[in-house]
Design a protein. Sequence first.
Length: 263
Amino acid sequence: MEGEIEIQIEEAGLSSSTSEHGTLGQGVGNTLVGNTHEEKAHQGTSDHNATAGDVSASNKSWFYTDIVKEHFFNPRNLFKTKEEADTYFSDGMGFVGSPACGDMMKIWIQVKDDRIKECKWQTFGCASAIASTSMMSVMITENEGMVLEEAMHLKPQDIVKRLGDLPARKFHCSVLGDKALRAAINDYYAKHGHQEKVIEEKHRMIDHIAKVTDHDIEEAVLEGATTFEAVQKKTKVGVANKQCIPEVEQLIKFYKEKYYGSE
Ligand code: FES
């Protein structure tokens, strides 16, 4: 099919949901067809969703590095069949969805002597999510395996750096694997008598009227909204509650520096 990339992904018990790439089917051997918007990016067509303050408006960030493409077409440690996933023994499993795009990620880890010895994964994410998670699975298992403490604090920027960069608008895709990994490590800690090591991600309410949390603002920045106007357009933060605006602006600055570096 011209202009489309097809990925065969076996589904292992993921629930049915709709993502920007289409509807997840049920059962084994679903064909995930999508990423046409990424193909457009390769072809240099305009992005209708790009707005002022949206980092995707920059043409130069629309191209994938050779490393990203290589990991996308040859993902490491990806479960390729339902049987593989169903029969795999893991010490911890993490499952997260992306509020940014609705895609999902599952990660399984095997742990020995506090190090990650194996990492397997499945996703209904895009090319960037596949490449990022593939690279992440390599990073946490190479050199005898990363110690859990270190893996818990692995940053999406570290993964993106090893990939040689990602288009800014696709940065949130690299966060998906990273979050699922932390969930898997927490699951390992909880199952192996180390409840005190579990790190729960708590969110703080910023706008009580629009019900927008700091996490919502983080997700908006990860989606490419880097000005107050762009974040407000996505979240409605500060529309009725003007008092929260200075705090929102501070958070945008913080997340911008965290994920895209200082200007
Ligand atoms: S767009 Fe959903 S994971 Fe990339």
